[in-house]
Design a protein around this ligand. Structure first.
Ligand code: PLP
Length: 256
């Protein structure tokens, strides 16, 4: 990573390194797919641009990654006004009083984790005359530091969200617990990914539209693809490290 960082800092154009990184990520996803007999087109990359400026987000879109993710509403709206040709995903913890900001602006909200947020989103979607697509975020690791509804409550929450008139629930999302220092994140994540997949399979047996599994970040996306991810959310591997304190998480580098 440090060699890539040097390349970035020497580039005159912001994001000049992005096409190479996109190609590398696509290759790694294709390899993971091959190992488990999947087709690469069944995996969507959401490029998470939080903490990075709009020109870098534009470089990702220009390199073919039109799905961009943000974890804060205002940052998403600011960048959406500056970046052409993107579809925006809300991947971060969402307060009910910010629900209005994402409706019809985010193609998919990944972080619906409680009933009060579901009803706020549905009300705002109704006001705007749209049906908002959402995923239910599940805390499969029962990690007190992570958002998400408890796994044992997930199917009941899905059932209630399905009954709301202006939400369409299309799958599940998770963020596994952070690996302890010196431990491989992918191996810590794997059983949590497998657990989310089993939950999704149970849900889909009742409700066929629950097709999506949003799981896998820079440190563990190949494992997530092996375990069935249909959406991976990638920041660091595409854009390099960011100052993450404001988001309450550690960077991949710090986690090691
Ligand atoms: C920041 C973030 C990501 C991307 O993390 P990286 O490790 O940089 O790839 C993915 N998902 C969510 C919910 C995030 O907040």
């Amino acid at each position: 990573m440090s060699a890539e960082r040097d390349v970035v800092s020497r580039q005159a154009e912001p994001g000049a390194a992005i096409p190479h990184r996109v190609a590398a990520v696509r290759g790694r996803i294709a390899d993971a797919c091959r190992r488990v007999g999947r087709v690469p087109s069944s995996v969507t990359v959401v490029a998470v641009t939080k903490g990075h400026p709009a020109p870098l987000a534009q470089a990702a879109v220009d390199a073919g990654l039109i799905d961009l993710g943000e974890s804060r509403v205002q940052e998403m709206l600011d960048k959406a006004a500056q970046v052409r040709g993107a579809r925006w995903h809300m991947v971060g913890r969402l307060q009910s009083n910010k629900a209005k900001g994402v409706i019809a602006r985010a193609t998919l909200v990944h972080s619906l984790d409680r009933r009060s947020l579901a009803s706020a989103l549905s009300t705002r979607a109704h006001d705007a005359g749209v049906v908002q697509r959402v995923l239910v975020q599940v805390n499969v690791g029962e990690d007190p530091a992570k958002a998400g509804c408890p796994a044992e409550d997930a199917l009941a929450l899905v059932a209630e969200v399905r009954d709301l008139p202006n939400l369409a629930v299309e799958g599940l999302m998770t963020i596994p617990p952070l690996a302890p220092r010196g431990v491989d994140q992918a191996e810590v994540s794997r059983p949590h990914f497998a657990r989310l997949r089993r939950l999704r399979d149970r849900a889909r047996a009742r409700w066929p539209e629950l097709a999506h599994l949003s799981m896998g970040m820079s440190a563990d996306f190949e494992t997530a693809v092996e375990e069935g991810a249909t959406i991976v959310r990638l920041g660091t591997v595409l854009f390099g490290p960011r100052r993450d304190q404001a988001y309450g998480t550690r960077t991949v580098e710090e986690a090691r």
